[in-house]
Write a protein that binds this ligand. Structure first.
Ligand code: ADP
Ligand code: MG
Length: 411
């Protein structure tokens, strides 16, 4: 689905058009700008869509739903319970309730935590509060069902159901409980499902309970199966010639190369251009308008090869690239997955190649650990001579701190 949220880059919470109450809540909590999952999810929740949000732990999924829901509650209050949030464990429910409390500190919004292990008096208080109706209920499945079974919970106007940590809920055997809860809820609600992973059982669940969901998936740990990942062991001085040899004479309409520094980007570009390849560079020394012009011609496939710095890698929004080359091993293992993901969308297949010098081997091993498998390492073609042996525990990274703190070389 293409829509506004994929074209606009959200760098400030203001851009979502939140009402003042929500903006004050953000101030209270001290969040300054949206995380990537928040940037992608919030517009859909505001629009009332069903959403599947998949991203690793710690990426800010809670606020991705709490903020737009608070906005919608303020804009459109209903009688009875507005929103039910379900989480697998008491601890998670507590965390959600705490974030909710922070955001809604100055808001006239009521919320109620409903999770197991409370005594009889608390139970009675919860029963009372629930039957009177609160805006937001944060609950674990079992406890919520016991109240729903009593038929005292005014859910007929429910606007939002949120399943947080859905993968863990299924791991813990809550599938039937979730279906049971849903049997009590009106169909007109929107449903939001959040998960750190997307196993088939989550797909199954979402098919059953979500309507035409927008899916936002920024999980990082597995490059798509259609991508051919390769690695070459090469000394720095071999890398540019290796790159040229991989591209020349092959049908690769769009090649994106990432290198670690501006000066490398510039010299690679110069050398490849001298070899007659159709290549341009992009880095922070270029004016914004020049960057845009280069990106546009690359997107339009008028330009075959683009050489970019690491810094720009996340910001470059181009997909369906035939070949991605990591001229240097990305320092951040997750960047590797991001980059590789730019090739091979849908039916197409793409290739991702990484060059590994003698100092980058343990960093590459870290990437392999993140993705969960090893990538075959090859030597450069004979004409370029052998590259370094692969031995990540011996070949530690070069010191990369500030120059003044460089350790003295051992004699
Ligand atoms: P997840 O549910 O994806 O595991 P959380 O929603 O629990 O992640 O958020 C992880 C941490 O990041 C929390 O401590 C939260 O307060 C913080 N956080 C979330 N969004 C932002 C933001 N936009 N700016 C700063 N910190 C944030
Ligand atoms: Mg979470």
């Amino acid at each position: 689905m293409t829509n506004k949220s994929e074209l606009i880059e959200y760098t400030s919470f203001r851009q979502f058009g939140f009402n003042e109450g929500v903006m004050e809540g953000l101030d209270t909590v001290g969040f300054e700008k949206p995380t990537p999952i928040q940037a992608q999810i919030i517009p859909h929740v505001l629009a009332g869509h069903d959403v599947i949000g998949c991203a690793q732990t710690g990426t800010g999924k809670t606020a991705a739903y709490l903020l737009p829901i608070l906005h919608r509650i303020i804009e459109n209050p209903v009688k009875g319970i507005n929103t039910i949030i379900i989480a697998p464990t008491r601890e998670l429910a507590v965390q959600i309730a705490q974030q909710l409390e922070g955001f809604s500190y100055f808001l006239n919004i009521s919320s109620l935590p409903v999770y197991g292990g409370t005594d009889g008096m608390e139970w009675e208080q919860q029963r009372k509060a629930l039957s009177q109706g609160v805006d937001i209920v944060v609950a674990t499945p079992g406890k919520l069902i016991s109240f729903l079974n009593m038929d005292i919970v005014p859910v007929q106007n429910l606007q939002h159901l949120i399943l947080d940590e859905a993968d863990r809920m299924l791991d813990m055997g809550f599938f039937d409980d979730i279906m049971r809860i849903i049997s009590y809820l009106p169909e007109t609600r929107s449903t939001l499902l959040f998960s750190a992973t997307m196993p088939p059982r989550i797909r199954e669940l979402s098919k059953r309970i979500l309507k035409e969901p927008v899916e936002v998936n920024i999980s990082l740990s597995k490059p798509a199966a259609g991508i051919l990942q390769m690695a070459y062991l090469a000394y720095d001085k071999q890398k540019t010639r290796l790159l040229a040899s991989l591209i020349k004479g092959r049908d690769l309409p769009s090649v994106l190369v990432f290198a670690s520094t501006k000066s490398k980007v510039k010299s690679i570009t110069r050398e490849l251009a001298a070899e007659g390849l159709q290549v341009a560079d992009i880095h922070s020394d270029l004016e914004q308008s020049d960057r845009e012009r280069v990106l546009l011609s690359f997107r339009n496939r008028q330009l075959q090869m683009l050489i970019a710095t690491d810094v720009l890698s996340r910001g470059i929004d181009i997909e369906n690239i035939s070949l991605v080359v990591n001229y240097d091993v990305p320092r951040d293992a997750e960047d590797y997955v991001h980059r590789v993901g730019r090739t091979a969308r849908a039916e197409q297949t793409g290739i991702a190649i990484t060059f590994i010098n003698e100092h980058e081997q343990s960093e590459f091993a870290r990437i392999e650990k993140l993705i969960g498998y090893e990538i075959r390492k090859q030597m450069p073609p004979e004409s370029l001579g052998d590259g370094p042996e692969f031995n990540p525990s011996m070949n530690k990274p070069k010191f990369r701190g500030k120059p003044g703190r460089r350790p003295k070389p051992k004699k």
